[in-house]
Design a protein around this ligand. Sequence first.
Ligand code: IPM
Ligand code: MN
Length: 376
Amino acid sequence: MPRIALFAGDGIGPEVIAEAVKALRAVEGRSGETFEFVPLAIGGDALDRFGLPIRQSDIDLAGNADAALLGAVGGPAWDAVEPALRPERGLLQIRHALGLFANLRPVHVLPALVQNSPLRAEIVEHVDLLVVRELTGGIYFGRPSRRWVSARGRSAVDTLRYRDDEIERVVRLAYELARTRRGRLTSVDKSNVLRTSQLWREVVDELREEYADVETEHILVDAMAMHLIQNPGRFDVIVTENMFGDILTDEASVLSGSIGLLPSASLSDKVGMQPGTRYGLYEPIHGSAPDLAGKGRANPAGAILSGAMLLRWSLGMPDLARKIEQAVSNVIASGVRTIDIAERDVAAVSTAEFGDEVVRHVTERGAATRITSPAE
Ligand code: IPM
Ligand code: MN
């Protein structure tokens, strides 16, 4: 019986996770399995209940499950908390502890939402890219990381550090993924300034011969920020370090029409039960959106699609993943939309209504099975 750890987290996290669970339950019957959901605590939720942004016992429980699904962490309620206990620490800690080194963030534009992007239709309509963000190294984890006061004033330091093997494993995965897609890899760095980026580029260049069937290019991160909105359709797989990936994926989410739509998978190299599967933690890329929390206004699509990625990457159930992806796409195309992507003059539905509609499409007999959106 596949076990799925659930970290609802903070803000809109619990609302969107509830809808993701509904969608997974809706396809469960077809899988021939029963999913066991294990609710665990992270972020401000864990801090309030247990005094820590995540407990080691919950990390262990999540690591022993087949996969984990997470909502979001953080919010103004915990702004004054000391840095080591901030809700975000819980997320960084579990990513690190479970070796979730590769964060896959697919971005494509549903035909029905081409008009929702602030960019012109001809710029966004052919976007189908996958950002592979290194997730357990770089400046979010480097030591020292601290601040101090001296006679000259307040200072702070963070450390950006990478080892070649940390770069190699994520670049390899990106190459493997490029092979299953359009065979193009864009590596993003800041090698005109940073030593870590020079090492990054060197490692990519060492690997590129092994993957000669994939076309490799290097782009500096500042230029990349520009290309992403000028000509996003030219990219296939983009691989980059932790912080650049964090920033560029928020930017890329704008292409899709709403950050609420985008899922992600954070994969480790721990193999799963089915061939080709791995352990992973799945989460929408949006944050906890405290201003929307508890109002039923959040878009659960990113969380539901994260559930689909979970089925594909950790449980080896790609057909069911596609079923959910197709349902989300059909629901949006039918005009049933949350406020962030609502059509003019059409009332927005609530978070739960959107989820219900996805369930209805998934369970409907003979529901459309044509695949209009690329899966990853
Ligand atoms: C994300 C988030 C996290 C990150 C924060 C909450 C630690 O922004 O998943 O992109 O920076 O990785
Ligand atoms: Mn982020």
